[in-house]
Design a binder for this molecule. Structure first.
Ligand SMILES: Nc1ncnc2c1ncn2[C@@H]1O[C@H](COP(=O)(O)OP(=O)(O)OP(=O)(O)O)[C@@H](O)[C@H]1O
Ligand SMILES: [Mg+2]
Length: 249
């Protein structure tokens, strides 16, 4: 198993209150890792540690080590880390511009000026996110006019314009119906060929369907993690079993 990220003894908290306790976990390359656990257990906090966001937050504290391809992320420049580890949050938040401008915002910022090249990047990433055919006639329309599922895919496509190595998704399907969720799942399964994906989901059935690895967190502690097929079929820890039983039972 090739590792994209290694998390060692990660502790994190807000205003002196510890939320994550000694988490050690590996994120395998080009796989989907699902983070599951009860509400408030620290899943979003963990994602915010992975892209360095938590370190920027006032009152928040982070300790331990997070490596990206062997490199200590604490030593990386903030914008470099954000670029390599993209985060798409739970509520899709397109910029209040056109679809095209959403897609070219990042590349422009990174210095791409050529119009044709910007168009190409936009098209390529929209295709990857499975959105291009739906929006190709309306690239100049406001992104805010898209449906929830389309906005979510736009935000994923926009995150891809930074060419991240890792894509973090915080409950990408929570506001979507079954059909829109299925479109996202199909896309993620395709994207893992190119990107490493970490997804927080409340939907255990979804985690079972799409994840290769799964980590179960409870009260800020990693209870267990491993290959999804093994963990779901025979959890090693009683707490994991109880959590999974509680959801199915
Ligand atoms: N910015 C913040 N300031 C202070 N406390 C916070 C902040 N963000 C989260 N917390 C606290 O940290 C704990 C973990 O929150 P977190 O959002 O990481 O949980 P979660 O597992 O993502 O929950 P959910 O499933 O409901 O999204 C909670 O007790 C929460 O109240
Ligand atoms: Mg959360």
């Amino acid at each position: 198993m090739e590792k994209r990220m290694t998390i060692q003894n990660l502790c994190a908290g807000y205003d002196g209150k510890q939320v994550l306790h000694n988490i050690s976990l590996e994120i395998p390359s080009n796989k989907i890792t699902a983070i599951i656990g009860p509400s408030g257990c620290g899943k979003s906090t963990l994602l915010h540690c992975l892209n360095g966001m938590l370190r920027q937050e006032t009152g928040a504290s982070v300790s331990g080590e997070i490596l990206l391809d062997g490199q200590d992320t604490a030593a990386m420049q903030e914008d470099q880390l954000r670029r390599q580890v993209g985060l798409v949050s739970q509520t899709p938040s397109p910029f209040p511009f056109s679809i095209l401008e959403n897609m070219t915002y990042g590349p422009r910022y990174y210095g791409v000026r050529n119009k044709t090249q910007l168009q190409q990047i936009a098209e390529e990433k929209l295709r990857l996110a499975g959105l291009y055919d739906e929006v190709k006639e309306q690239l100049h329309k406001s992104a805010l006019k898209l449906s929830g599922g389309q906005q979510q895919r736009l935000c994923i496509a926009r995150a891809l314009t930074a060419e991240p190595r890792v894509l973090l998704l915080d409950e990408p399907c929570s506001a979507l119906d079954v059909q829109a969720s299925a479109v996202i799942e199909e896309m993620l399964t395709r994207l893992k060929q190119t990107y490493t994906i970490v997804i927080v989901t409340h939907n255990i059935v979804q985690a079972r369907r799409i994840s290769d690895y799964v980590a179960f967190i409870k009260d800020g502690r990693l209870v267990e993690w491993g290959e999804a097929a093994c963990l779901f079929a025979s959890p090693q820890q009683e707490e994991t079993r109880a959590f999974l039983d509680g959801i199915y039972g």
